[in-house]
Design a protein around this ligand. Structure first.
Ligand SMILES: Nc1nc2c(ncn2[C@@H]2O[C@H](COP(=O)(O)OP(=O)(O)OP(=O)(O)O)[C@@H](O)[C@H]2O)c(=O)[nH]1
Ligand SMILES: [Mg+2]
Length: 372
């Protein structure tokens, strides 16, 4: 099968491009809304993944009027779903959404209904939240006229992917970027900093400095100090928030400064207040929450909520090698609109860290399998 992607400002245009190039036999395998992508000037775009068994025919096929109407309805549904699941994704109401549906939705066939039920069961096993499952399966049922058994899974995966916010690690060589990792005790903050510091130094040839404000747990500083000696990455310790500006100044020539924070329970507000003072003094560029992927959704929600005063802007899920399901990753990212930046999958420095994109996470969550 030949697979191609088409991106356009509306689903209708993307479909037209697809039909023009691949003809009437092309199968839509997936659709997603693309938002905030620099490649498209930050405009909202629609992507169709299409497949065809035969090489593209010479003759183009124009979609019928009914097909166009169905596409309009589908575009509205897709946007509605994305917004429902992720309320901050796109604030404008599209013209197609305001329009009343013109075509009756085709009810899913018995076979399709059965397969959607199975998907529901799988997502439950993967511990995806009930709200997300409900919206997803409703979306699949509502889109029955587009879906066949052969493309149902692809459709589901691209719908899942379109809901999961992710982000990447950004460093500038023209200024010092200060990144702090925060999170509950023992989640893997120090280990993660060690992985990122080594990768930044060895692979990206960046100048890296480490600051530990871990003055609470006995031996905690030694852990980072030993690492700093082995990897030959400079490290400094801040015992008071007031010392931080001096240390940041000392690392003026660095591209990156990682700030390792003390592991404290999210239940003690004053602990977090203390950490906030250090981070404010450092004027950090980005704070990343490290969350343990083996925790329940309830615990993760509590962590995400309690750490909000530290103004984290993304999440790293640690210990995914020990997790038995990954739905909680999606539940947290969607509920708190917190983009996922990395996953860590073991104790080995620097190997056991994975960068992510929505399609990768959708696959991981739905398949429930992590391939090392
Ligand atoms: N299996 C597994 N273990 C990990 C992972 N990341 C860290 N660990 C282990 O988890 C333990 C705690 O890791 P640390 O990096 O010390 O955690 P921390 O968040 O800095 O801990 P505190 O500073 O005490 O809050 C160590 O034994 C690590 O080797 C991971 O992705 N998978
Ligand atoms: Mg630590």
């Amino acid at each position: 099968m030949q697979i191609k992607k088409y991106v356009a400002p509306s689903l209708k245009e993307a479909t037209l491009q697809m039909k023009n190039e691949l003809g009437g036999e092309a199968l839509i395998l997936g659709t997603r809304v693309i938002e905030n992508d620099k490649r498209y000037g930050m405009k909202k775009m629609y992507e169709i993944t299409a497949g065809i068994d035969q090489p593209a025919p010479a003759k183009s096929v124009k979609p019928s009027r009914d097909e166009f109407d169905a596409i309009d309805n589908f575009q509205a549904e897709l946007e509605k779903l994305t917004r429902k699941i992720n309320p901050n994704a796109g604030n404008k109401t599209s013209a197609s959404e305001e329009r009343k549906p013109k075509v009756e939705k085709a009810a899913p066939s018995k076979q399709l209904e059965k397969e959607i039920d199975e998907i529901e069961e799988t997502l439950e096993q993967r511990e995806v939240s009930k709200t997300i499952i409900k919206s997803l399966t409703k979306h699949l049922r509502d889109s029955a006229s587009f879906i066949e058994s052969s493309n149902l899974e692809n459709y589901l995966l691209s719908s899942l992917a379109s809901m999961i916010p992710t982000t990447t690690f950004k460093v500038s060589r023209n200024k010092t970027t200060k990144i702090a990792l925060v999170g509950p005790t023992g989640v893997g903050k120090t280990t993660c900093i060690a992985k990122l510091a080594v990768i930044s130094k060895i692979i990206h040839k960046l100048k890296v400095g480490l600051i530990s404000i871990d003055t609470y747990r006995l031996g905690a500083i030694d852990q980072l100090r030993i690492f700093s000696e082995i990897s030959d990455i400079e490290m400094a310790v801040a015992y008071e928030a007031e010392e931080i500006p001096k240390l940041v100044k000392k690392f003026k020539g660095k591209d990156l400064i990682f700030i390792d924070t003390v592991g404290r329970s999210q239940k003690a507000k004053e602990n977090l207040e203390q950490i906030r003072k250090y981070l404010d003094a450092a004027q950090v560029d980005e704070t990343i929450l490290v969350a343990n992927a083996t925790s329940s959704t309830r615990t993760l929600n509590d962590v995400a909520e309690k750490f909000k005063p530290l103004k984290y802007t993304s999440v790293i899920f640690s210990k995914i090698d020990e997790a038995v399901a990954y739905g909680n990753i999606m539940n947290l990212a969607v509920t708190h609109n917190a983009p996922v930046m990395f996953l860590t999958n073991g104790q080995v420095i620097p190997d056991d860290i994975l960068s992510v994109n929505p399609a990768f996470l959708a696959n991981l969550i739905y398949s429930g399998k992590l391939y090392k």
